[in-house]
Design a protein around this ligand. Structure first.
Ligand code: ATP
Ligand code: MG
Length: 586
């Protein structure tokens, strides 16, 4: 029966016969895939690997991507942002102007053209957009302005992995706002914050917005949008009061330590042979690990330093980095530690050291404990800050853990894992200063443009959707991101009545603008069911000999597994209504 083709808003056909499709499904998990989304996107025929961190999107993968693009465009445009498309290849000169040529490191893919000029493939577009702005935005009348694109980036990640989650080549929506002043920039930032909330809501994903680390700049000038999934790489901290932060950044105030020591106990040197680690030392001395003050040696921008933290806590490297004015702290190797401190790892300590000492506030509350003696096989007991050793800086250095007090309200914090899919950031005048992007104010004076940047990883969002929504049979697409919303499965394609009933239903669904595949392949029912579950169409409609005899079809919803029998004649109407309940139509 000839089917009348209908098109969705992207100009794509609403329907597909699976006999004419290219969605190569696999029975087995691909060996190179470690995480669920990577396995399932390959097995369900959405992606194929070309090279490390570089993937082809097959037709089903591209359809899901187009849906996500549409959701993103709608909210970006609603927020007043304007879409453009910047080049992927960028002159190295611009990166030298901004200073990032030096500091971006090996993630930046550099090459020469035939004239031996430096070029890069864009990992991000601050330089290019600021260059455009300095040429084209001249007056306060042009502001505010927010420009965005959906485009391929390249970052030569050290460890590309997990398929679309951390690729080297990947598609990003990046937006850049330009304002006259901080107040304007704050409004642009808020608008993007709202738009991002709507985007991830419209994708049908469970997500959280957390305060992210914004480096040495400080303040809440950066938020991350996190899809919640047990398999996420990021640890997130939440409180019922609404506080939410990335563990990297979560501030920690007055967490519980052991009670302070008796004030007047004298410093005592104790023999602790071979006790290199906190648990061994605690066992030997028969004290809790929280009574030990752990000393670690780092190097930040060429300067060695010591950090002190209670033995039952972990040090937060992001907080340490911020305390070092943004210089990446590197834990010294055992050899370096011994060379610089004079003691082997496990026995180093702050007493009589010449190095700068940064200590966590928990150590202050502990006010005394066991600490490395700065000499192999020895520690001190009852070592008290200020009395026995000097601390150059007291600060919050510990990682916030489950049960720690919320920095806002003091109630216990809980942790969850998430996947960063979006990141919004206030840039201030960083790039406009470096590249000289100035505009003239109403009073005639020149001022730098105040910028913000806003990114969403599209491939990572699709992968995160799969991490959050799957079972042992396959993907459970949230309706808005499913490549097709419904699949019609006639189980015996030789049966003419069955085929004709299936095609009629297929046409009715297309007429109602439900994106549908017709599984017209001459395959066993078992294989059709398996593929439908693996690909994860939200609605599966089966026509068997038995159901046909009753004038019925079987509807199975992928998310709830709920099965209902529907009259053949009203099936399309019922499914259309169920689909429309989500509020998103083709
Ligand atoms: P990450 O900390 O995961 O490396 P990032 O801070 O480098 O991320 P941004 O520069 O803020 O990321 O990029 C914006 C968005 O682009 C991220 O929120 C993420 O969704 C996506 N993204 C970044 N790197 C990759 C990658 N290698 N593969 C896929 N998506 C990515
Ligand atoms: Mg990165």
């Amino acid at each position: 029966m000839p089917i009348e083709i209908k098109f969705n808003a992207q100009g794509q056909s609403l329907g597909l016969r699976l006999s004419r499709s290219f969605a190569p499904t696999l029975k087995e998990d691909p060996t190179e895939a470690e995480v669920i989304s990577h396995k399932l996107l390959i097995r369900a025929g959405f992606i194929r690997k070309l090279s490390a961190g570089i993937y082809s999107l097959l037709p089903f993968g591209l359809r899901s991507l187009r849906k996500l693009e549409r959701i993103i465009r709608q909210e970006m445009d609603r927020a007043g942002a304007l879409e453009l498309l910047l080049p992927t290849v960028q002159p190295g000169e611009l990166w030298k102007e901004s200073g990032r040529w030096k500091y971006y490191g090996k993630e930046l893919l550099r090459f020469h053209d035939r004239h031996n000029r430096d070029y890069i493939i864009g990992p991000t577009h601050e330089e290019v957009i600021t260059d455009l702005a300095r040429r084209e935005i001249h007056s306060w009348r042009d502001l505010p302005m927010n420009l965005y694109q959906i485009q391929t980036k390249f970052r030569d990640e050290i460890r590309p992995r997990f398929g679309l989650m951390r690729g080297r080549e990947f598609i990003m929506k990046d937006a850049y706002s330009f304002d006259a002043d901080e107040a304007g920039a704050e409004q642009s930032y808020r608008a993007m914050y709202e738009a991002y909330n709507l985007i991830f809501q419209n994708c049908g994903l469970k997500f959280a917005v957390v305060e992210a680390d914004s480096g040495a700049i400080g303040g809440s000038s950066s938020h991350e949008f996190m899809v919640l999934a047990k398999t996420g790489e990021d640890n997130l901290i939440f409180c019922d009061c609404g506080f939410a932060a990335n563990q990297e950044k979560a501030e920690l105030k007055d967490y519980a330590t052991l009670a302070p020591e008796e004030m007047n106990q004298a410093l005592e040197k104790i023999y602790t042979p071979n006790c290199h680690h906190v648990p061994e030392l605690a066992a030997l001395l028969d004290i809790p690990t929280g009574r030990i003050i752990k000393t670690l040696a780092f190097n930040a921008a060429g300067n060695p330093l010591l950090t002190l933290i209670p033995g039952d806590r972990k040090i937060n490297l992001t907080k340490l980095k911020n305390a070092c004015n943004g210089a990446e702290p590197r834990l010294l190797t055992p050899e370096e530690t011994e060379k610089i401190t004079g003691a082997p790892l496990g026995f180093i300590g702050p007493i009589k050291t010449k190095l700068r000492v940064l200590a966590d506030l928990g150590v202050k509350r502990l006010d005394g404990g066991v600490i490395g003696a700065g000499e192999a096989d020895w520690h001190y007991r009852h070592a008290r800050p200020d009395r026995d050793f000097k601390v150059n800086q007291w600060l919050d250095l510990a990682i916030a853990e489950n049960g720690d007090p919320c920095p806002r309200c003091g109630q216990p914090l809980s942790t969850q894992r998430g996947i960063e899919v979006g990141h919004i950031f206030k840039l201030g005048a960083k790039y406009s200063h470096a590249l000289g992007a100035l505009y003239s104010r109403a009073d005639g004076l020149e001022a730098p443009l105040i910028m913000g940047c806003y990114g969403i990883g599209l491939g990572r969002t699709l992968a995160a959707a799969v991490e959050q929504n799957h079972d042992h049979n396959g993907i459970i697409w949230p309706l808005p991101l499913a490549p097709y919303e419904a699949a019609v499965l006639p189980l015996q394609v030789q049966n003419k009545n069955m085929t004709s009933a299936a095609e009629t239903l297929f046409q009715e669904l297309l007429n109602a603008r439900v994106e549908t595949v017709l599984d017209d392949r001459d395959e066993r029912p078992g294989l059709k069911f398996k593929d439908a579950d693996l690909i994860g169409y939200p609605f599966r409609i089966t026509i068997s000999e038995k159901s046909l005899a009753l004038g019925q079809v079987e509807l199975k919803r992928r998310n709830t597994q709920e099965i209902t029998m529907l009259p053949l004649t009203s099936a399309a109407a019922v499914i259309t209504q169920l689909r429309n309940e989500t509020g998103i139509t083709a």
